[in-house]
Design a protein around this ligand. Structure first.
Ligand code: COA
Length: 535
């Protein structure tokens, strides 16, 4: 493979100016992330420790093999909501390695409102289980939760992907042969009791873990029976009398060790094999991405410059380099894993859509994972293009993306607007992982465009009534729309709602994608079957 020849002048005003602006954006992201990571009330942390418990992230650290990375998912979930009283939505999820096997970890953070579940907590838990399903990753549930956050019950209980989905997923995962292990390190009350009960194997910590369908207050109200939590559903009860749990642990550390021992017994499954090569760092320093990543979306960025700083040796086997230049396609390696890349280099035309669909067919027929690098304002508009069938060509691209059954990964490195989001494997297209850079933006269209459309619609309405919009009102409406789009297009707005799996530092992109590919190897890639392409 040939090395990409970078045309960036590291001394240019453009590069250095972009870099200094980007570093501000990055520093804001780091500050917010640190705030979230340390967002639990100090009193709650102190109380938790006094009880002899480890914090959720400490538990995960001990569970994972030493010196192996933890790919934490959506750490900024629920950011900006509930007066920021649910940092990380009160739950830590991610992919890590236990006894040499990749696993999906779901750990309640009991220092955040007793580890209770709001809408985002539920979404994060279900999303993590979906990742386990896609990649056949054994799950470890580190349970320490008061269940549903009761004031929010209407948003978390009854719908398809609400609380009940956890147990459905556990049953389905277990049936798929994906091990389900629960480590009860605190309360799991009411519906929460099903997490350990639905697991293949369950550990419970002495004098800390409790499992019951109804807690002591409910029992008293219902039957008049007075009982302590420990008598009702503590570790002794469940390991000696009820059989709801299988292993009694002395404390958190002991429980974690038992969990690691269980992993030693898990079957090694048949893996997908990729033609890997020795890992090579990019020839161009990934830190240079700070000077290249789009800050001013009006200035075009050659996405080859981005690719050059993500892939091994900055080498790229470009496909159809001379055709449809607004979509860059080609093969590369990321940390030794082969990957097909589609990267935006402008608006999508009919020919770029055909090129994209063709390239996806290459990736699926060769069973090579696909990386989508999104910086897209959408498909081309206008009479000429509609007559040329942009809708049917765009549809071919979208069809290919939707049906491509190799692992897809999406990184939004700039804008993600309109149907371009769909064609480039947005959230609705089930990429195995989707990350945003801190400079990125995501909305149905840009604020400026939305204000033009909405003002025009309003003006047409008024015109039909024989009226006119006065300029002041127009300006007010415009300002309101711009403000709304500015707020809602932010990556923080997206990540808070789990439209993505997290905001990442551009420099880490190759690590995240490589971990995603490594996780995907836990099951064979299926054969891709396409439907009817409109010709
Ligand atoms: N809904 C709403 N808020 C809850 C809650 C719930 N289910 N469980 C706990 N909280 C809140 C508390 O009000 C408290 O809020 P504050 O910090 O604003 O005062 C915070 O979470 C911590 O709770 P606290 O009881 O002080 O902490 P703890 O560590 O001693 O106990 C629990 C935690 C979860 C064991 C305990 O609060 C409890 O038993 N909750 C009820 C559990 C339940 O019956 N759930 C059924 C729902 S399915």
């Amino acid at each position: 493979m040939f090395r990409i020849e970078s045309k960036i002048d590291l001394k240019s005003k453009e590069y250095t100016g972009n870099r200094s602006q980007f570093l501000k954006v990055l520093s804001e992201y780091r500050t917010l992330l640190q705030q979230v990571m340390h967002g639990a009330p100090p009193k709650a942390i102190e109380r938790h420790k006094q009880r002899g418990k480890l914090l959720a992230r400490e538990r995960i650290d001990l569970l994972l093999d030493p010196n192996t990375p933890f790919l934490e998912l959506s750490p900024m979930a629920a950011y900006g909501e509930y007066g920021n009283q649910f940092p990380s939505a009160g739950i830590i999820t991610g992919i890590g390695v236990i006894e040499g096997k990749e696993a999906l970890i779901i750990a309640n953070d009991a220092t955040i409102k007793g580890g209770t579940y709001v809408k985002e907590t539920i979404k994060k838990h279900v999303r993590a289980q979906q990742i386990a399903m896609d990649n056949h990753l054994p799950c470890v549930y580190m349970v320490d939760s008061g269940g549903i956050f009761l004031p929010e019950q209407a948003k978390v209980f009854a719908d398809r992907f609400h609380f009940g989905r956890f147990f459905y997923n556990q049953a389905r995962l277990s049936a798929m042969g994906v091990p389900q292990i629960a480590c009860v390190m605190g309360f799991c009350t009411a519906g929460g009791a099903y997490v350990p009960a639905m697991s293949d194997e369950t550990i419970i910590v002495k004098e800390q873990g409790t499992i019951y369908i109804g807690g002591p207050p409910l029992v008293k109200a219902a039957t008049g029976e007075v009982v302590t939590p420990e008598e009702l559903g503590g570790a002794y009860v469940h390991t000696a009398i009820s059989g709801v749990a299988d292993h009694l642990a002395e404390n958190d550390r002991h429980a974690i060790q038992i969990c690691r021992n269980i992993f030693q017994t898990l079957e090694k499954k048949e893996q997908q094999v990729l033609n890997t090569v020795p890992i090579e760092e990019p020839y161009y320093d990934p830190e240079e991405l700070y000077g290249i990543a789009p800050i001013d979306f009006k200035k075009p960025v050659d996405s080859r410059e981005i690719i050059a700083r993500i892939v091994d040796g900055s080498r790229f086997q470009e496909f159809k380099a001379r055709y449809a230049p607004t979509l860059i396609t080609g093969f590369a390696y990321i940390m030794g894993y082969p990957v097909g890349i589609l990267a935006n280099n402008g608006v999508l035309f009919s020919e770029s859509s055909l090129k994209g669909a063709h390239f996806i067919e290459l990736c699926t027929s060769r069973k090579i994972p696909i990386l989508f690098l999104q910086n897209i304002t959408g498909f081309i508009v206008g009479k000429q293009y509609e007559h040329g069938g942009i809708a049917k060509d765009g549809a071919k691209f979208v069809h290919a993306v939707a049906n491509a059954d190799v692992p897809k990964f999406t990184v939004v490195f700039g804008g993600s607007f309109g149907a371009g989001n769909y064609a480039m494997a947005g959230r609705g297209y089930d990429p195995r992982l989707l990350f945003m850079w801190p400079n990125s933006r995501i909305s149905v269209m840009g604020g400026e465009q939305a204000s033009h459309v909405l003002i025009q619609v309003k003006e047409e309405q008024l015109k039909a009534q024989g009226k006119e919009m006065d300029p002041e009102e127009r300006e007010k409406l415009r300002a309101e729309i711009l403000k709304k789009y500015d707020e809602e297009g932010s990556p923080y707005f997206s990540t808070s709602r789990l439209w993505d799996d997290g905001i990442i530092d551009p420099v880490d992109t190759r690590k995240y994608i490589a971990m995603g590919i490594a996780a995907s190897l836990n099951c064979k890639y299926p054969e891709t079957k396409y439907g009817v392409f409109r010709m």
